[in-house]
Design a protein. Structure first.
Length: 665
């Protein structure tokens, strides 16, 4: 039994719980601790005050440093079954048993992680989404960790409902399922119905949660600090990564915070086509009890069941990718635990998100840095990519990037241009992990949750379609952002993508326009308006000047082709041989003209292109003072360049005449 007087106020538990070492059920009020039963089937508690949860590693360390024996017992409790399990695997391999096909061992692994508690269950949940890493039999068993864990007794759940909501369950709900319909790592869910008739999901937190979480985080944090000190080659902030995870888990244990997350998620992403976010019923929600709208649906990993309902599972994965891109690269507020139990296909073909306990945020500089990194990979600009890693805090500003730049080239050796989209996130992260071990990289804490989110989503996608490429689905969104986002960072990225050594790369612009039009939110009118605003500004001077050069090439090519055809016709048809045939356009000029034609075709085929509807907008654009100023600037530049070209040609002609006179003399 633990003396509550020394418990940290926020980081450690204060309600009824099961002592993980003695299996004794204990009850805590703000001032007292009382043993109720040696078996967790009966629970009579005193009033417990709700409190705000926060992860404080300092308070947790101070608490457990004086409890060496308790920590030692927990370490033994983890090591004994773990060593026994791995010894069994080793012995099976010695006897020639194919471990990956042994269902008995797969069941043992699931039971082991369940026995070890919530922190280890989270690890198992992450592995359950990786069919490329985990054998099918193990995958099947680990998937059960998402919502098929052993439930805790109804008596405890009902007691928590009364403590948190102030009334017995039968007073609040007209119906409540006799048993939990799902039990996960942090709580279990009942199906219920309110007095007003709405069907709801009632989530009740596990009673032994914070004891298990805090002692495991304390042990793992000390182990991480030890590894960080002893292994000099390891430069990642393991302690910071673990603290980030601790923050998220403690937030996940506060259902009020989860309800707020759900509402914020709805505000930011609920408008996306076929994304559904359930409603929170605040009058029936508190820290340990959450009442939300009931969602009928099928897990995304149950592809056969989804197909039988006439729903396209692959399309829903595409919806999930687009939603994740907005989470990670647009608003920065993202779902950090998108395992299959939290993503459902609804009967009407929508993607429903559940469980908003584990969320995280990415700051704007990091969001723009990620987009810039994608552009530099596509562009094979590994010097720029190395600078991105400095901006993203993977490398210190004083790091010598000279050996790192060619190393990036080896990692992305198979990525030719935009074909990088054909790679998968897992292969890239694996290669980058090896690179980070060899060079002085440090992994910032925020990165671990981003990778977990993306890799988990990719794992679900691979389960539905082994050929699904998340990056390929992501590039249209990135293209749209590059063309429409006015942020200076992305305008710089656009310039870097479109120009190389001062030369405009039309094929890149064509690729951007083709990809961007695949994005559902792509607005051609917005692109036109923002492009005009940008090109008429000081920031757009560089691109404006280069575009004028390219347009001149196109105009010259067109005019040369017309004159060439005209003079050829005169010579061949009319018989006027005295007329010198005008040379056709150069290869470079002809290529520019072809690119302009291609872009014209792409724009005509883009959703939203309607000459009738565009005519009034074009009129408004033409009378826009900024556009008129841009037109004057472009006209002046064209005239100046034409005059310069004329002078050069006259001088060249004069030089030729002089040369001929000298030859005659």
């Amino acid at each position: 039994m633990i003396d509550n007087k020394t418990l940290p106020a926020n980081s450690l538990p204060s309600e009824g719980a099961l002592d993980v070492d003695t299996n004794t059920l204990i009850v805590r009020s703000p001032t007292t601790t009382e043993v109720i039963s040696q078996h967790p089937q009966v629970l009579i508690t005193q009033d417990v005050e709700p409190e705000t949860l926060r992860y404080d590693p300092g308070e947790i360390a101070a608490y457990y440093q004086g409890r060496t024996w308790q920590v030692f017992r927990r370490i033994l409790a983890v090591l004994r079954p773990t060593i026994s399990f791995f010894f069994g695997l080793w012995w099976d391999s010695k006897r020639g048993i194919v471990v990956k096909n042994d269902r008995r061992r797969a069941i043992q692994l699931r039971e082991l992680l369940t026995q070890l508690g919530p922190a280890y269950i989270k690890i198992g949940q992450a592995l359950s989404t990786r069919p490329d890493l985990v054998p099918p039999l193990y995958l099947e068993e680990l998937t059960k960790l998402q919502d098929q864990l052993p439930p805790f007794p109804n008596e405890i759940a009902y007691q928590f409902i009364e403590e948190e909501l102030g009334e017995r369950p039968e007073v609040i709900y007209t119906e409540l399922s006799p048993q939990p319909i799902a039990a996960a790592s942090l709580g279990q869910v009942y199906k219920g119905k309110l007095k007003t008739g709405e069907e709801v999901a009632v989530k009740v937190q596990r009673p032994d949660l914070r004891e298990r979480i805090t002692i495991d985080l304390y042990i793992l944090r000390r182990l991480a600090a030890l590894v960080q000190r002893k292994v000099k080659r390891l430069r990642s902030d393991l302690v910071g990564i673990l603290d980030e995870l601790g923050d998220r888990i403690f937030e996940e244990m506060d259902y009020i915070h989860e309800g707020e997350n759900a509402e914020r998620f709805f505000e930011l992403y609920g408008h996306i086509k076929d994304v559904y976010v359930p409603k929170i019923y605040w009058e029936y929600t508190n820290r340990r009890v959450l009442t939300m709208e009931w969602i009928n649906g099928t897990k995304l990993t149950q592809a056969a069941e989804i197909k039988a309902q006439g729903i396209d599972a692959r399309y829903l994965i595409e919806v999930g990718v687009q939603c994740s891109l907005r989470q990670l690269l647009e608003h920065g507020f993202f779902h950090a635990d998108p395992h299959p139990g939290n993503l459902l296909a609804t009967p009407d073909g929508q993607l429903a998100y559940l469980d908003f306990g584990m969320m995280s945020e990415i700051k704007p500089p990091q969001r723009y840095g990620l987009i810039e990194a994608i552009v530099h990979v596509v562009n094979r600009d590994f010097e720029g990519l190395a600078q991105d890693y400095v901006k993203l805090d993977f490398l210190s500003p004083d790091t010598d990037l000279t050996p790192i730049i060619p190393a990036f080239g080896k990692v992305f050796a198979d990525a030719q241009g935009a074909s990088v989209a054909e790679l998968n996130i897992k292969s890239i992260t694996d290669d980058l992990s090896a690179l980070m071990y060899e060079y002085p990289f440090r992994v910032p804490p925020y990165y671990a949750l981003i990778i977990r989110s993306l890799v988990t989503l990719e794992g679900i996608a691979i389960n539905i379609d082994p050929n699904f490429k998340v990056l390929s689905e992501a590039y249209p969104y990135v293209s749209k952002r590059l063309l429409t986002d006015p942020a200076p960072e992305l305008r710089t990225s656009l310039r870097d993508l479109l120009f190389k050594e001062g030369k405009f790369r039309w094929n890149r612009l064509e690729n951007l326009l083709r990809n961007a039009r695949k994005n559902q939110d792509y607005d051609l009118n917005l692109v036109v308006n923002q492009s005009v605003d940008f090109l008429s500004s000081e920031r757009g001077a560089f691109i404006r000047d280069k575009l004028v050069d390219e347009l001149l090439n196109g105009v010259n090519a067109l005019s040369k082709n017309v004159l060439h055809n005209f003079t050829y016709l005169l010579r061949e048809q009319v018989g006027i041989t005295a007329i010198q045939e005008t040379p056709a356009a150069t290869v470079e000029q002809q290529q520019t003209l072809e690119h302009i034609k291609n872009i014209s075709n792409i724009l005509r085929e883009t959703r939203g292109f309607d000459p009738v509807k565009l005519a009034p907008q074009i009129g408004q654009v033409l009378f826009n003072p900024e556009v008129q100023r841009l037109g004057q600037q472009v006209t002046n530049q064209i005239v100046q360049k034409a005059i310069i070209k004329l002078i050069r040609e006259l001088l060249a002609a004069d030089e030729v005449n002089r040369s001929r006179v000298n030859q005659v003399n």
